[in-house]
Design a protein. Structure first.
Length: 186
């Protein structure tokens, strides 16, 4: 009888970890099947809010157009990250490896990290994984119900807190690879 009680207590004590492990496995399976995703986003950088639409193509490519008066675009070709203000023609170019996006845009890296890390449930709505790599702290969030990626939290190169929430997500659409060519400097 004592053995049964100990076994039941052990199972009850470890149930949350078993549930998280099952969720992690499902999140990984979802990620494995994604080649690209299109979504709308809301982003907060410090006190400034922006929104727009993005397409991520694994590995390490992204194209975002911002809904602001400057018609900003952000593009990564897998090696460099360009941010261009379309109205003033200002152009910024960064090595992708110097930004947290290099890690976020690397599906295999995310899968590897999720396998190693212990996720945590936030507000009974989200699954969060905290990744520490190359002086970056990246918090990746998944919806607890459908296990879709719903956003991330990082610091930009100026050490501003950047919170990105994604929604209206579509997977594996046919996309034009020319989107990921860096814009010209004009």
């Amino acid at each position: 009888m004592l053995k049964k009680i100990i076994l039941i207590l052990f199972i009850l004590n470890n149930l949350p970890q078993l549930a998280i492990a099952s969720i992690q496995s499902k999140i990984i399976n979802n990620l494995i099947n994604i080649n690209n995703l299109s979504f709308s986003f809301k982003q907060t950088i410090g006190t400034k809010e922006e929104d727009g639409d993005c397409i991520i193509k694994y590995p390490k490519k992204i194209f975002c157009s911002y809904n602001n008066r400057n018609k900003k675009i952000m593009v990564s070709n897998g090696k460099s990250l360009a941010i261009k203000n379309q109205t003033s023609n200002q152009y910024y170019l960064y090595p992708l490896k110097k930004t947290p996006l290099e890690l976020i845009l690397d599906k295999n890296f995310l899968i590897d990290q999720i396998q190693k890390l212990e996720g945590r449930i936030v507000d009974d709505k989200y699954i969060n994984f905290k990744i520490l790599k190359n002086n970056n702290e990246i918090n990746i969030f998944f919806d607890k119900k459908n296990l879709n990626l719903i956003g991330w939290q990082t610091e930009d190169i100026y050490q501003n807190l950047v919170i990105t929430y994604i929604y209206n997500i579509e997977y594996n659409k046919k996309i034009d690879n020319n989107l990921f060519k860096l814009p010209s400097r004009n």
